[in-house]
Design a protein around this ligand. Sequence first.
Ligand code: AMP
Ligand code: MG
Length: 289
Amino acid sequence: MAQVSELLRVGSGVDLASIDPASTPGLPEGKQVRRDPKGWARAELAQLGTRLAQRQEMLYACAKKDRTEARRVLLVLQAMDCGGKDGTVRRVAGTMNPQGLHIVGFGPPTPKELQHDFLWRVRHALPEAGYVGIFNRSHYEDVLVARVRDLVPPKTWRARYDKINAFEQELVGSGCALVKVMLHISYAEQRRRLLERLRDPTKFWKYNPEDVDNRAYWDAYQRAYGDAIARCGTGHAPWYVVPADRKWYRDWAVAHLVLDALNGLELTYPPPDFDPETEIKRLEGDGSG
Ligand code: AMP
Ligand code: MG
């Protein structure tokens, strides 16, 4: 368990080009896994999901019972277009109780958002105590697309790494476990997925002609990702790079990372603020049995 996150955690020396998007770090050896890795990972995801849901319920229960409870989790998902963010939300968050989830997707900033600092909309989207939050894209777009597509001058995006680090340090300090994940796909896999969208009318809504324009900037994006991960992968808020060409591996790995974060909170169900025995006696004595 801990092993998967250790294998996927990257530091300031990260070299994305050296991480094979089709690789499966931490996948156990063994005949059964080798014979049908996808089937194995899907079955395992269901089991991880049961544990995720249980921990999530404990987290929710703690906040429900204790107003001073501050603990929460935030999963930050970043990826190139077609990197699998939506699928990861569906498959991994889908194992948990929707009532305890806080899922927010970030698109281009609105005129109102542009009037504020880049972290303004992010602060407003944070999960409350007891919740598992998921960001589908995040404040990292402000050092990715903003940098690669020249949306702001270099001195503006360069100053953002430190701002992000300060913001995340404050966030973690306030009780939010942060899991930052880059879903790492290959250039060829992106092409395959874009073609799939174009050949399936039920997927047209996901297609954006700009995604093809963006392919011309692939290398610049990879550099921007590398820098963001190197500069903002800190001890309290590390980055994980999840090879994501294989969807079944991606979901299995991300479920592990979120479960690790929940386990790190050392949750228990809150103790009762009443005496169960007394309450049982009251019910037994109410004459309706
Ligand atoms: P999608 O994830 O397919 O819904 O697309 C969302 C789009 O919003 C992507 O093209 C992102 O690059 C863009 N986006 C998200 N955040 C920002 C940002 N801070 N600045 C500019 N574009 C952004
Ligand atoms: Mg898109």
